[in-house]
Design a protein around this ligand. Structure first.
Ligand code: IPD
Length: 267
């Protein structure tokens, strides 16, 4: 049976809100959040909320759609048989969450036959929820959103982020040194999914980052594209781990050329 992306979005949004309530309530219950473990480096942390939220999301999605696949940040993957795969970050912006900075999100995307068709990014601290279905535009709390009209890289507010590995970060900082004088200013807000939604909403004119994982990118990438952003990688590649960029069309070519010249897709 063919899955309807609109139905998948309804399930994704309901689930993201429930998981968002869980992580926000857990954060508000303590003054200092504990680190439950680390992943790729000692600064790549996981809290008990990441694990609890992913478990909740899994159980809700599988209760309704038991044959789907699942790729989550915290607990590995499940291979499904329905053609639908969920790509989930239970808390994008975990370091912000740890420090009590209200810039983190639950991100849930639904892929059909490997292509992202529906996505939701929910910031439980602000209450904002971005949604998109492929071909249906991008929406923030029921209001359609569009990218900015910025037409020059020199006037663009550009978001970016850094990986957790020190060598990678040093290289990203070297690239940034060349980007800063070419743009209006830089923002490093700390949650890739929300950065992509910021481009969708005109709060940023562009965003780029090297090293994103599928769960950072899936839902926010669809939302940015549906809001009119150019979403891709460098040298003709799709957006992915090497480099992900989302930019309003007026600055996309200039930013792509700059990042290609700087080798922003290489360590
Ligand atoms: C991280 C955030 C951050 C980005 C990192 C991501 P996490 O995701 O999105 O903004 O710079 O590359 O790994 O670890 O908080 O889910």
């Amino acid at each position: 049976m063919t899955a309807d992306p609109a139905d998948l979005l309804v399930l994704a949004e309901k689930t993201a809100r429930e998981a968002g309530d869980l992580v926000r309530d857990k954060r508000e219950a303590v003054e200092r959040m504990a680190v439950a473990g680390t992943k790729s480096t000692p600064t790549d942390v996981v809290t008990e909320s990441d694990t609890a939220a992913e478990a909740l999301i899994r159980s809700r999605l599988f209760a309704t759609r038991p044959d789907d696949g699942f790729l989550g940040e915290e607990d590995g993957s499940v291979i499904g048989s329905s053609g639908v795969d969920w790509v989930v970050d239970p808390i994008d912006g975990t370091v912000n969450y740890l420090y009590g900075i209200p810039q983190y999100a639950v991100s849930i995307a639904a892929q059909i036959d490997g292509v992202v068709r529906a996505g939701v990014v929910h910031n439980p601290a602000s209450g904002e929820t971005w949604t998109a279905v492929a071909g249906g535009g991008a929406w923030l709390d029921g209001r359609q959103v569009r990218v900015s009209a910025c037409a020059s890289l020199s006037l663009a507010l550009v978001g970016t982020g850094f990986g957790y590995d020190a060598v990678r970060r040093a290289r990203q900082a070297a690239v940034l040194l060349e980007v800063v004088p070419a743009v209006r200013d830089i923002r490093r807000a700390g949650a890739a999914a929300l950065d992509l939604c910021a481009v969708a909403t005109g709060r940023l004119d562009a965003y780029y980052e090297r090293g994103l994982n599928p769960w950072d990118l899936a839902a926010g990438g669809l939302i940015a594209a549906e809001a009119g952003a150019v979403v891709g990688g460098l040298r003709g590649a799709p957006a992915g781990n090497d480099l992900a960029m989302a930019a309003t069309p007026g600055v996309a070519a200039e930013l792509t050329a700059l990042l290609e010249r700087l080798g922003a897709d290489r360590d």
